[in-house]
Design a protein around this ligand. Structure first.
Ligand SMILES: [Fe+2]
Length: 137
């Protein structure tokens, strides 16, 4: 049913924070969109969109997440460093895409899949500790 989705959204990915979960879903949808395009043989066309989107959207997402965590005193340098590392990784992939480097698709998919899942299931579990009042921003 969902074998065309690389990462179906499952409860173990939820932090319980509506805004953060919605943003995580958006990130995973971008990865799934890339994966479906690869299956359809249009991965090359989708790669540029995917990397441009992630370059912009991950910045928005990390800003949102870090602000919420900071407000609740749950931020950490290690978590922010993990975000910076991912941004650098996406920027690096995008720069290589612009240089028309070959063989980037599977590498991009693997990096995104590993990082997103690991990060959401480990570092981002702290988001579930946010007090409900913080949901209002
Ligand atoms: Fe995070």
């Amino acid at each position: 049913m969902s074998e065309r989705l690389l990462i179906p959204w499952t409860p173990d990915l939820e932090t319980g924070h509506p805004e953060i979960d919605a943003q995580h879903k958006t990130l995973i949808e971008a990865l799934n969109r890339l994966h479906t395009a690869i299956l359809d043989g249009t991965g090359e066309d989708e790669l540029g969109w995917c990397l441009s989107f992630l370059k912009a959207y991950t910045r928005v997402h990390f800003k949102t997440e870090e602000a919420l965590l900071r407000k609740a005193g749950l931020d950490s340098e290690a978590h922010s460093a993990a975000h910076r590392e991912f941004l650098a990784s996406v920027d690096g992939l995008f720069a290589r895409y612009v240089r028309q480097e070959l063989g980037l698709i599977s590498e991009t998919e693997a990096i995104l899949q590993t990082w997103l899942i690991d990060h959401i299931q480990s570092d981002d579990q702290v988001v579930s500790l946010l007090p409900r009042e913080a949901d209002q921003g």
